[in-house]
Write a new protein. Sequence first.
Length: 79
Amino acid sequence: MAEAAPDLVVTDMMMPVMNGAELIRRLRREPATAGIPILAASSDPDLAEGADAIVPKPYAWRHLLEVADGLLRAEGGLR
């Protein structure tokens, strides 16, 4: 059984092992994940190149959810 792709990826840019910038590059490089909207949380927006939206840190959860909802609606909703 094939795994379903996520409807949205939400990532912090500062993570151990693989940072958010590398995650975005890898997702965009693969045809199966290239079209998935990406929401990045970062105190430095320059780090989030390639993301569809950026929520500056610190952020309010309500704002993060509003931006995520906007991305999902722009993509035609949930898959």
